[in-house]
Design a protein around this ligand. Structure first.
Ligand code: CUA
Length: 155
């Protein structure tokens, strides 16, 4: 079988591109130590209402200007769906699902996580500007997905 010269060149180029891609993945995963975010904790979705801190969902001040918001995500609501904090607060959200996969996104912040059953998602943001920040589920979770939202009210 005879291989044309251009064909050989293309085969060589394909190999180069493939090796470059594998090398890039290798560098990204091993050398640069890229990790997937690890869950901040674990919670059995069936036991969530009996497991601290999710037995008491809500917001509490843990230090001056620092708040912890414990939120249960379930089909199709967040509990609680309204959180009030004073301006300048840093809020650490701890979100876990009581059933299926949900998402948690807070507008005008960099918060955007998946809420995977069995895992506690932990994210934080500082709220310097007063106003309302809508948070919502961004993983399709069924019939009522579109009504799964709430808000952070910064006073
Ligand atoms: Cu929960 Cu979509």
């Amino acid at each position: 079988m005879r291989i044309e010269r251009y064909e050989k060149i293309f085969m060589a180029l394909t190999l180069v591109v493939l090796l470059a891609a594998l090398a890039a993945i290798g560098v990204g995963v091993f050398a640069a130590e890229v990790h997937l975010p690890a869950p901040a904790g674990r919670v059995d979705p069936r036991q969530i209402r009996r497991t601290a801190p999710f037995d008491q969902p809500g917001v509490r001040e843990v230090a001056p200007g620092e708040y912890e918001a414990v939120i249960i995500a379930r089909a199709w609501a967040f509990e609680p769906n309204e959180i009030r904090v004073p301006r300048g607060s840093t809020v650490r959200f701890r979100v876990a699902s009581a059933d299926v996969i949900h998402g948690f996104l807070v507008e005008n912040t960099n918060i955007n996580v998946m809420v995977i059953p069995g895992q506690v998602a932990e994210v934080a943001a500082r709220f310097d500007r007063p106003g309302e920040y809508v948070f919502l589920c961004h993983e399709y979770c069924g019939f009522g997905h579109h009504q799964m939202f709430g808000k952070v009210i910064v006073e």
